[in-house]
Design a protein around this ligand. Structure first.
Ligand SMILES: [Zn+2]
Length: 47
């Protein structure tokens, strides 16, 4: 199941950030949430 999903996505490594406080998805290497100003940002990597 997981193997099938990985093949479907391909080799592209993608990461994104999401504010832990308000849930806003941040674009690019932003260290601070533009919506609420929080620096508590979670970073996710998707392979
Ligand atoms: Zn926020």
């Amino acid at each position: 199941m997981l193997g099938t999903l990985k093949r479907a996505v391909g080799r592209t490594t993608h990461d994104f950030r999401e504010c832990r406080r308000c849930g806003t998805t941040l674009d690019g290497p932003t260290a601070r949430c533009p919506a609420c100003g929080s620096r508590d940002v979670a970073r996710y990597e998707i392979e």
